[in-house]
Ligand binder design. Structure first.
Ligand SMILES: O=P(O)(O)OC[C@H]1O[C@H](O[C@H]2O[C@H](CO)[C@@H](O)[C@H](O)[C@H]2O)[C@H](O)[C@@H](O)[C@@H]1O
Length: 382
């Protein structure tokens, strides 16, 4: 894939600063039931003890940090290493009985897709690009770029990522896709009258090609808060070697992949210390990353529902949504598909994991094979 530094987003960039009258969140997005929140207006929440620091001190945080990503595979020689590896393989094969490979089950998937319209949702990191040490270098391979481009010509396709929408577009650069950044809190999707249109945070605009698109940013009022927290986090972890803070627009990632394990508690404390002053922000664990995000009732699962609705594919029996992702945040989307009893979640993992997905793929190269198979199947069905 050719990456240009002056790459411009295919779709409209963010609108001018949102006026005060728009500084509100639809009540359905709020997790609180207090009358102040129900009014949907921006309110000040009194500071309270969040328990974050207690959590940080407890071993559960550290455990979560340690188990958040499978370790890089090391090639070790010797009979013990070989035994361990055959144990791991056996464990994986047993796990696959519950989460069969989407490649070997491809016929089963397409049998179910016959006469249906597939809608494809793809996570980015760990799904389309392999996990790498430097988040700025997580570029898709040329082959993956072609595979995604081809599949998007066959089915409506969206990328739903924890990254900022602009960053994902910079990496992917395909105009034919829809993009949802910040774990679905920044969606650029098609325009359509839908149940979601009464959300005040939905804005219709046109892109550089004159195409009308809908920008949906349910957490827009959090922007100044996220910027402030981002700056505090950068300063707070600046002394920790290898720590990196990434501004994902409506959320912030604090990476510790390159931090010595001895300093993980310190990094957790830095984050906890800052978050205790922001009760409207919460923390989730990703792959060697702590993710700070607004406390609103919105996630990748809601983003899938929103996009299906915008695409005119909601409430139809002839639609088969497929979601492919590797991370904990993708579980929200898998869960939505399970609850709708519609379509399939496909977990990308090289190690056994509990999941709400139906199928599995081992790594991004298998994801690419799966996308290629979908294109072949679609062309042969024409
Ligand atoms: O929803 P996603 O598209 O999967 O984004 C989740 C996070 O992905 C990125 O971090 C992860 O990938 C990096 C590059 O391979 C890796 O260095 C890091 O350890 C992983 O956590 C991204 O940088 C984060 O901001 C996203 O939240």
């Amino acid at each position: 894939m050719e990456l240009k530094s002056n790459h411009t987003a295919p779709v409209l960039t963010d609108p001018a600063p949102i006026s005060k009258s728009r500084l509100c969140i639809h009540p359905s997005l709020l997790p609180f039931s207090s009358p102040a929140f129900r009014s949907g207006m921006l309110v000040t929440i009194p500071r309270k003890k969040t328990g974050i620091l207690d959590d940080v001190r407890s071993s559960s945080w550290l455990d979560a940090m340690k188990s958040s990503s499978p370790p890089h595979k090391k090639i070790t020689k010797g009979s013990n290493a070989e035994l361990a590896s055959s144990d791991t393989d056996a464990e994986y094969r047993t796990w696959m009985l519950k989460f069969p490979s989407a490649l070997t089950s491809f016929e089963q998937i397409t049998n179910c897709a016959k006469g249906k319209r597939i809608a494809l949702f793809l996570d980015y990191d760990g799904t389309l690009s392999p996990i790498v040490d430097n988040p700025d270098c997580a570029i898709m391979s040329e082959d993956m770029h072609t595979a995604v481009s081809n599949v998007a010509k066959c089915f409506p396709t969206a990328i739903i990522s924890g990254r900022s929408r602009d960053k994902v577009y910079e990496f992917v650069g395909l105009k034919e896709l829809y993009y949802a950044g910040s774990h679905g809190m920044d969606i650029m999707g098609p325009v359509r009258q839908s149940d979601f249109d009464d959300h005040l945070s939905c804005i219709t605009s046109t892109d550089q090609q004159g195409k009308e698109l809908n920008l949906f940013q349910p957490a827009s009022e959090f922007l100044p808060m996220i910027d402030e927290v981002f700056r505090s986090l950068v300063e707070s972890v600046s002394e920790i070697k290898g720590a990196k803070v990434e501004n994902n627009k409506f959320c912030v990632s604090v990476h510790y992949r390159n931090v010595d394990e001895k300093s993980w508690t310190t990094i957790a404390q830095c984050v906890g210390n800052i978050l205790k002053d922001y009760p409207r922000l919460r923390l989730t664990h990703g792959r060697k990353v702590l993710e700070v995000r607004p406390v609103i009732n919105w996630d990748k699962g809601k983003a899938v529902e929103f996009l299906l609705e915008s695409l005119g594919l909601s409430n139809c029996d002839d639609v088969l949504p497929i979601y492919v992702g590797d991370d904990k945040t993708d579980e929200d989307a898998f869960k939505v598909l399970r609850e709708r009893n519609q379509g399939y979640g496909i977990l990308v993992s090289s190690v056994p994991k509990e999941s709400n997905a139906f199928y599995s793929l081992r790594d991004p190269s298998e994801v690419m094979e799966f996308l290629k198979l979908l294109v072949i199947w679609k062309s042969s069905a024409l």
